[in-house]
Every structure is written in C-alpha cells, then in structure tokens.
Design a protein around this ligand. Structure first.
Ligand code: DAH
Length: 347
C-alpha cells in the first residue's frame, strides 16, 4: 500500500506538469479525488488490513488526500491567474487610438426649404397650420368651388379612397378647415406646408407624392396689390434681392382673379438660360383673390371679407434654389440630400 501511495504521488507530480487549462485540471481532480478516483480506491483496499496497519495506512491516505487537494488548489489559482492575464493582454485598450466619428445630423434639403418659408412667413405674422392627408372630397374640392363634375377636377388626377374620401391633391383644403374652425370669423393669416398626392407617372419633374406650401390671408379690403407685395418679399428673401416678381393671368376655381407667380430668373437675371428655359422667368406657384363662393362656403360674408391665397410647390422651390435636376432625388435615402449643399452639383 505504501508503495502504491508513493507511486501515485510521483505520478501526480508528473501529471501536474502537463496541466495547462482548467479543463485538464478538473479531469485530474476527478481522477484523484472523484468518487471513482484513485484515492477513494485506496481506502476501499484497506478492509483486508490489520487494525495496526489500518491506522498507519489510513493516516497516510488522509495525508496524501490533503496534499493532493492543496496541490490542485494551488494549481487552480495559478491557471486562473494566467488565463486572466492572457485575457487582459488580448483586450488591451489602446487609449491613444482616435475615437469613432460621431456624425452630426443635418436637415433634409426639402425640410430646410419648408422651414425657410415658415420662418419668413412667421416673421410676417402668419401661423403654421396643418391638415390631414386623407381628406374629404368636400374640403379638397366642393367647398373650394369645385363641385362634382367640374372640369378643373381633371387637372388634379386624384387618388380616391371612397366616393367621399381621397388623398388630398392639394393643400388648399386647409384653407377651408381654417376658415370653418374660426368660429369668431376673425382675420386669418396662415401657411400650411404638407404632403399632397396625384396620380402622376413619376419622372424628373413629376412625383405622385409631393409637397405644397399653401398660404391664406383673410381680412378687410384685401386686393391683388397686397398679394403682389407679399409675393415680392417672399421672392426676394428666398432667391435674392435682385429678383423681380410678376403675375401672369391664370385660372383656379377657388380664386378670382387668379394668377401664376413668376420670378425673374435668379440665374441669368432675365437674359435667358437653361434654368428659365430661355424665357427669363420662372413659375413658382399659383395664387389669387379668394373666390367669394369659398368665403361664403366657410361662413365669411364675402360682402365684408376679402383675402388672397397662394400655393407653392416646395420641391420646385428647393430644386430651383439648390440646383436639383430630378425631383425623385428628394425621396431617395441619399445622404447628399442632408448635406450642406457643398456637393449639390453631384446630384
Ligand atoms: N392648389 C393649387 C394647385 O395645386 C395651387 C394654388 C393656386 C393654391 C392658387 C392657391 C391658389 O391657394 O390661390 O395647383
């Protein structure tokens, strides 16, 4: 027995040298101290010994067991420390490395254009309103002096949801909503930027979804002169002090008279270039004096009240201002749309 213990001790010394990982250590622990391990097996062999021998060998086995436990525990701490050091070595943080770049956001070019108009109009005493994109036929057409069957409805090829519900084809219904909501029938100055929809085939200048900026002013004794003055301010602020504004006669059912809003070409100064298609002028929207029927439809007595209204295409303004050639680029997830326009010429 003594020889057996001695040889186990020697074997253990050799085996310990081989152990490099916690897994190997656990295997060795099981081999020596486990239920079926060699130390337990020694105890089982004691039953044939004399009492004297049992005492002596028993204490030898206990001592051996203690030694094995201590040795293996020491080895475990050593391996754990080594593994930790290795991990720390691998995960070393190099504090001299430059940090990850945090990209700062910037507004989408279309949003920027809208905000520019909003700020300007707010400075002139206008409120910013909004309305639903799913609109009643009543507000999108009928109360705007476009009864069912009116030929001018065809110009706005509309997405109908039901006979009475549609995707608004213009932001003009917000005029109706604002006038109806104003129960005291006091003066109104609002603009409404918003999405609009028409059954157009998408190309460089058409999109089935686009953005309008509507304007409405209702007060006493309002004339085309007020509209002209307001439009001149807008044109100069958006496109430069040298820009001139001009009205061209037109037709809209909700205004009488109606005009097209033109600005002199900011690019060529009116001489003619490819931006103004050699005409020297660029159309940026429609406008007019609010039709008496529209005022009356909304509870404003047209004998007492007058007003003007206008509608700009927001994409058109942004395309002109920032030299964008294809309206579809606004709707692509192209980060150049959110750039500071230094790279606009790439689009
Ligand atoms: N709603 C018109 C359109 O979509 C634009 C417009 C023209 C709006 C004249 C107005 C206006 O308020 O007075 O073509």
């Amino acid at each position: 027995m003594k020889d057996k213990i001695k040889s186990l001790q020697e074997q253990l010394q050799d085996k310990i040298k081989e152990v490099k990982t916690l897994k190997q250590l656990n295997d060795l622990k099981t081999e020596y101290l486990g239920k079926k391990g060699c130390v337990t097996a020694l105890t089982a062999n004691m039953k044939d010994l004399t009492l004297e021998e049992k005492k002596e060998i028993g204490s030898l086995i206990n001592k051996f067991k203690e030694d094995v436990t201590v040795l293996l525990e020491e080895l475990q701490s050593k391996i754990e420390e080594e593994e930790l050091n290795k991990k720390l070595e691998n995960e070393k943080i190099d504090i001299t490395l430059p940090g990850l770049e945090i990209k700062s956001g910037s507004p989408h070019i279309l949003e920027k254009m809208i905000e520019e108009v909003e700020e300007l109009m707010i400075s002139m005493g206008y409120d910013v309103e909004s309305g639903p994109e799913v609109e009643k036929d009543l507000y999108n057409f009928e109360l705007l002096n476009l009864p069912k069957g009116h030929p001018a409805r065809d110009a706005q090829d509309t997405f109908y949801i039901t006979d009475e519900l549609l995707l608004r084809s213009q932001t003009s219904p917000v005029q109706i909503r604002t006038m109806l909501a104003n129960k005291e029938k006091t003066p109104i100055r609002i603009i409404c930027p918003g999405k609009t929809y028409r059954r157009d085939d998408d190309d460089a200048t058409h999109s089935h979804q686009f953005t309008q900026i509507e304007g409405l002013l209702v007060d006493k004794d309002i004339s085309l002169a007020n509209l002209k003055a307001t439009f001149e301010i807008i044109a100069k602020k958006l496109f430069g002090e040298n820009v001139k504004a001009r009205f061209r006669s037109s037709f809209y059912p909700f205004t009488e008279p109606s005009v097209e809003l033109d600005i002199s070409c900011f690019n060529c100064g009116g001489k003619g270039c490819n931006i103004c298609k050699e005409t020297g002028w660029i159309t940026v929207g429609g406008a007019g004096i609010v039709h008496p029927n529209v005022l009356n439809n909304c509870g404003y007595d047209s004998e007492k009240w007058t007003g003007f209204a206008f509608g700009f295409g927001a994409e058109r303004l942004a395309m002109l201002k920032y030299g964008i050639k294809d309206v579809r680029t606004f709707y692509l997830n192209d980060l150049r749309n959110c750039d500071t326009f230094n790279r606009r010429e790439n689009i």
